[in-house]
Design a protein around this ligand. Structure first.
Ligand SMILES: O=c1ccn([C@@H]2O[C@H](COP(=O)(O)O)[C@@H](O)[C@H]2O)c(=O)[nH]1
Length: 241
């Protein structure tokens, strides 16, 4: 994956996911399978999408004791996806164990999947951080701290909102990966997301990759919406060169 625009394939039925992809015949995509799709369809969905040539972010956000996460990552490594993740809230030992498991499960001669950690969900607001999680620090400082711990644990990057990318780059260096969901085309509903930006803003703020679900999957013309997002995301890149 190179500065990917990742489509979140969140559908309540396999048939709906498959119908959605008919809008993209002949295009190679960066796709995200999350808990909804993986719990329903199992590993078969990964195989199907890989056979079609797509690159995969398996977004299961593992969060458990270190040994359990290590063994789960070892098992997930056999799926040979491109990007996997854990929750940074699991702590340094858990994240280091995730990396060990991923390395142990990656076949010799194959490239290890990139491993990233969720800092604070993009559906979490500053107010929720303090009232629900009892974290009484500003969001950008909390996210930058989680990113620092993630880097010290040997991971490749984090999931965050684009609003925190500058602070993460300052704390961890600009080559540390920042994958940012919470992307909306101008005028689209935020729904359950709180820390949102447009694709152009994400690029301006320095996101490495963006994750886009409903702005594309719920669009009347998903292919047109995808290319609108892609143009905003890439056009900006040319301007900032
Ligand atoms: O902090 C996070 C981590 C993961 N996600 C996932 O990204 C997509 C976003 O979907 P939209 O429809 O564009 O809101 C979804 O699959 C989440 O599970 C996130 O939003 N925030």
């Amino acid at each position: 994956m190179q500065r990917p625009l990742i489509i979140a394939l969140d559908f309540e039925q396999k048939e709906k996911r498959q119908a959605f992809l008919t809008h993209f015949k002949g295009e190679t995509l960066d796709l995200k399978i999350g808990t909804e799709g993986f719990y329903r369809e199992g590993a078969g969905v990964i195989e199907e999408l890989k056979n079609q040539g797509h690159r995969i972010f398996l977004d299961l956000k593992l969060h458990d004791i270190p040994n359990t996460v290590k063994q789960a990552m070892k098992a997930l490594a056999s799926l040979e996806v491109d990007l996997v993740n854990v929750h940074a809230a699991g702590g340094q030992k858990m994240m280091a164990a995730a990396r060990e498991g991923l390395e142990a499960g990656t076949l010799a001669g194959r490239e290890r999947a990139k491993l990233i950690a969720v800092t604070q969900l993009t559906s979490t607001s500053e107010q929720m951080l303090s009232s629900d999680l009892l974290i009484n620090q500003p969001m950008n400082e909390v996210v930058a701290h989680y990113a620092r711990v993630t880097k010290e644990s040997g991971l490749d990057g984090v999931v965050c909102s684009a609003h925190e990318v500058a602070d993460i780059h300052q704390a961890c260096g600009s080559s540390f990966l920042t994958v940012t969901p919470g992307i909306r085309l101008a005028g689209d509903e935020a729904s359950d997301q709180h820390r949102i930006v447009t694709p152009a803003e994400a690029r301006e703020k320095g996101s490495w990759g963006i994750v886009v679900g409903r702005s594309i999957t719920k669009a009347i013309d998903p292919n047109a919406a995808y290319h609108q997002v892609k143009t905003e995301w890439e056009m900006n890149a040319c301007q900032t060169k």
